[in-house]
Design a protein around this ligand. Sequence first.
Ligand code: TZP
Ligand code: MG
Length: 213
Amino acid sequence: MPKVDYALMYVTDDSIRDDNSFFAILEAALQGGATFIQLREKTSDTLTFYKRAMRCKDLCNNYGIPLIINDRLDIALAIDADGVHIGQTDMPYVVARRLLGNSKIIGLSVSNTEQAVQQDAQSADYIGISPIFSTITKTTDLAHPLGISGLKKIREFYKKPIVCIGGIDKNNTQEIIANGADGIAVVSAISKAEHPEAATKELKEIVCKTGTN
Ligand code: TZP
Ligand code: MG
């Protein structure tokens, strides 16, 4: 299992269909110090997803940063990614683990305390609190935001890394880390920033200054 720094995950923005822009922003995030990349393609066909995944892997390898794939175990296996991020309605955790083996990272989204208590969450390498705040980036399958109070409740008993996602920007990052998250995962705070590299740097500084990273 690669050593993972959960401080700042850039989750790629699948609304960017132009590959030049898509990879320019990914590279800016890597330059700015993103510690972890998740490739999330909700609208691509398999071939497009696979091709993006191959290019992402090369780029992440150049920076020595782990790459995980959202939902699609087959793509993760095909490109030998560092792992997958799955949700509650994706492939069950135990099946994902059996297919990927013990050397890969498996992250699981949880949207409430009950899910965080369950065996899958306890077995996963980390959980994503999804969403922590409201967001317009994800429009389907989005639970009610857990907020800081939900994060605090889960932090009381969940011993592995917690990464929060949803509506996170430079103004609320500090509060999230101060209340027990190990890191943040963002889409638009980087992808829609005027200067994605500078935005990444700024987010990372806040996480590192606040947490124990
Ligand atoms: N899962 C829960 S919220 C979300 C995902 C993929 C979208 C987060 O996007 P943003 O722009 O950082 O709010
Ligand atoms: Mg999913």
